[in-house]
Design a protein around this ligand. Sequence first.
Ligand SMILES: C[S@@+](CC[C@H](N)C(=O)[O-])C[C@H]1O[C@@H](n2cnc3c(N)ncnc32)[C@H](O)[C@@H]1O
Length: 232
Amino acid sequence: MTTVEGLDRSSDEALEGICKSSAIIYENKYEFCRYSLKIARFINANLGFSAYVWEAGVTLCRYFEKEKISFTGKKVIELGSGTGIVGILATLLGGDVTMTDKPNILNQIENNVSINIPTACRHRIKVRALTWGKNHTDFPTVYDFILGSDIVYSSVAYPALIETLRYLARQGATIYLSSELRKSNGSPSFHEVLLPRYFNCQIVDRLEGKDVIVYKMSKIGTTPDDPLPSQE
Ligand SMILES: C[S@@+](CC[C@H](N)C(=O)[O-])C[C@H]1O[C@@H](n2cnc3c(N)ncnc32)[C@H](O)[C@@H]1O
């Protein structure tokens, strides 16, 4: 995974350190679809990979911009929101968005929602705890779009991630996954072998000179003999 942090550090307005409670928050600015986003990262709060804006997330936002994707009137769920950059943009682009991550990441996402989403749109955004393979059945299967950026990076999590995707994806839903492919974590075979067992998968964008790829997916009809993968 490559962060875009280095790029942002060189810009004048990139970093603003604020000491708040025990976490140090850095804000970076991004422009997509004529929206200016300020994304804060809690860098001193043990949030690990969640405390970065990943290149795959920026690439997915750029893809929405290039393709003029509108989420107006659509129900959207994001998995592994991290800082929330993708789900926040999807909300600004009209979606009714549920942003999810592990419970300890939600404060960071909520902070970014409060910075970026005007009060008039707040009713269209929710932030909820969703740990893959654990509590996805607490969520309805009503989503038109399922989004995820840089959520394919740890092979131990792949069976749970597939289980959650298969549960949430109703027939007709569109899934956008943006991933940086690395042989070391098995992400190429996750995308090229495992996901195509359950989903129609199409590459719709890639970051020039990098292995960051945007996949558009939809569910293949399931059969009774097609059990969910075990988490062992
Ligand atoms: C590399 S970060 C990507 C964050 C953000 N989507 C981006 O592109 O900047 C991966 C995110 O997936 C979340 N994640 C990892 N394993 C998870 C699991 N089992 N259940 C839910 N979220 C998980 C992490 O907490 C983290 O926020």
